[in-house]
Design a protein around this ligand. Sequence first.
Ligand code: 3EB
Length: 315
Amino acid sequence: MCKRALDLATLGQSQQALVNFVFEGAQPVWPSTDIGLRWLGGDLSCEQWLASAPVRFGRGDSWNWSRNDDFLAVSLVAADDGDPAETTARFYRELIATVRSAGYPHLLRIWNYLSDINGGDGDNERYRRFCMGRGQALAEAGLEDTRMCAATAIGTHDDRFRLLALAGRTPGRSVENPRQVSAWDYPPIYGPRSPAFARATAVNLDDQRTVLLVSGTASVVGHATAHPGDVLAQTDEAVSNLAALLAEAASELQRPALARFGREAAARVYVRHAQDWPVVYQRLREHWPSLPLAGFLGDICRRNLLVEIEAWHCA
Ligand code: 3EB
């Protein structure tokens, strides 16, 4: 079952699940959520995010929520059959209104699992339309792209939009990757509206620990896709990107222990082709002998990207 949990609780306090990500098995009950992707295996069949008790939770018409004194998690599962620019703008307006009115206005981590992410051509590609809608809702809310939190955007093979977010009472701190152009600075060849997300968000916990919430990280160097068509070279490049990001976080936050994945860390790996998972897993094991991994079948937001890795890392 859950061999590793992200513990956001203050040391010494009793913990309760804020979110259970269930990767395989029965239809979950909130605060559990399924991410809509086929689980390919690895070390983790679920991921638990814990917070200091008491955690309250509730279910609404479209949004479910759970919260404690410090954090609010919200999740939406909705039909995803229209223009992603419109649906995404609507869902993000609701997300921002919800976290603000609940008193947890600072977004810390967002997952977007949308259907058929590479469907449509040119600037009508669904991922680019998604970026239009997200950008519009953020602009309306007065949220600057440069202040957005860590995120993941992955394509599913069903017809649902799944949006999950973690928000806090106090802001996180963005960390960018020195090997990569910040996503909000991508040139327009990748779409008319640049993606709004940070490479990672660092969150200080009450007990001196810091958790680094790392965005989906792919084989993007500068702003270009490196090694199109070569999944192992892309895996190595994503690992290099993660190493550079962790080093940057360790230096900016003056926390040397963040420079390498340690005992409190885990990663999700998304591969475009299920048959690539065994070799990707083996390669990642060589890079990170003891980091727990979970693999999923999911489409990456650029057609030439074959693998993407996200992580959390606490030190
Ligand atoms: C990239 O580096 C890969 O649009 O929210 C990774 C993580 C990617 C999040 C998003 C996109 C997003 O551009 C794609």
